[in-house]
Design a protein around this ligand. Structure first.
Ligand code: HEC
Length: 318
């Protein structure tokens, strides 16, 4: 009797051991998500990422229109500002391009939790999210406010405002957020770009600080490369090329008509104000990084942003 019980015990233990062994074996191929469901292995995820982020040609997608070289050239301050912006764009692009290169050349493992790493160091952006372009989970941000409704006529008397650091600062934010250099991808040449994501706001990174007099309320993209005449792309949310593809446009209004020639000449910002509301047209110019895709000289006008700004609320600064 005792022998029988011992034997049953041994058998039970053996069965349990086999069970644990098998479960561990399965886990080597599959992992569990927090709800206990089996999910893809890192290798499967990587193979899928190589497919979705494959090399593709951008040649057919690039706007065909001829960019506009500034008639009066750019002054030294302007050249400096575009140079700094380009340095930042190139640095952000490189971060994701390196991951894409490693993914395709299989020189780095993705989607693997590093075992025994202890408390996770907060790295931003997380490499896997950066690679897959899921860094900004709430994409397609809305316009913070309404567009200005002036001028009503071409001759309307508006006061010109001289651009200062705050206006350049806001335009700089608009440019970096829209161009979204993470999305440029890994560019071998125009025919071979891995992981390209179209320009478009994923967020509007305006830090709120009490020293700021103005807030961006509304931004529209003025297209000068894709149509016979310049147009304003109408987008429900902050401009993105994805929404631009829906094809809703309007002609330039009186302000934009008056301002665009200055940008064509070589100014970067043209600003007017009325009733405590600012309208600002800001140049999107080609820098060195843009030349990897766009056929343009450095300084050429590729587009513009038409902004509405209103005074920053004085009380209750967030
Ligand atoms: C990796 C390639 C790539 C780089 C780098 C790039 N672009 Fe683009 N850009 C595109 C593509 C492709 C389009 C067409 C829209 C689409 O398919 O997403 C486009 C469209 C645009 C448009 C809209 C044109 C219109 O009127 O429809 C503007 C403006 C623009 N780019 C500006 C820039 C500027 C400025 C830079 C550099 C600071 C830049 N781009 C860098 C690929 C690129």
């Amino acid at each position: 009797m005792r022998i029988a019980i011992t034997l049953a015990g041994i058998l039970l233990l053996a069965a349990a051991a086999i069970g644990v062994y098998c479960a561990a074996d399965i886990r080597r191929l599959w992992s569990e998500d927090p709800s206990g469901q089996l999910v893809q292995t890192p290798e499967q995820k990587e193979a899928e990422a190589r497919k979705t982020l494959a090399f593709a040609s951008l040649v057919e997608r690039l706007p065909k229109g001829k960019p506009n070289s500034p008639k009066k050239g750019l002054d030294a301050e302007s050249k400096k500002r575009w140079g700094i912006l380009d340095g930042n764009l190139a640095a952000y692009q490189a971060q994701r391009a390196e991951l894409l290169k490693a993914l395709h050349e299989k020189t780095r493992k993705f989607f693997v939790e590093s075992p025994g790493a202890g408390p996770q160091r907060p790295i931003w952006p997380v490499p896997d999210e950066l690679l897959l372009d899921t860094v900004y989970k709430n994409g397609d941000p809305r316009h913070p406010g309404e567009p200005a409704d002036f001028p009503y006529s071409p001759g309307e008397n508006l006061s010109r405002v001289k651009p200062d650091d705050e206006f350049y600062f806001y335009h700089d934010i608009g440019l970096s957020d829209f161009l979204y250099p993470f999305g440029f991808g890994y560019i071998k040449d125009r025919e071979h770009v891995a992981g390209f994501k179209s320009h478009g706001f994923r967020h509007l990174g305006v830090p709120v600080h009490e020293s700021k007099r103005w807030r961006i309320n509304h931004i529209q993209l003025v297209g000068i490369l894709s149509h016979e005449q310049p147009v304003v792309y109408l987008t429900d949310k902050l401009p993105s090329m994805e929404q631009v593809r829906q094809g809703k446009t309007r002609a330039l209004d009186f302000f934009e008509e008056a301002a665009l020639p200055s940008l064509r000449d070589g100014e970067d910002l043209y600003i007017v104000s009325k009733d405590n509301t600012i309208r600002m047209l800001g140049a999107l110019r080609a820098t060195k990084t843009c030349q990897k895709c766009h056929d343009a000289e450095i300084g050429d006008l590729l587009g513009a942003f038409s902004y509405t700004l209103r005074p920053a609320p004085k009380e209750k600064q967030e």
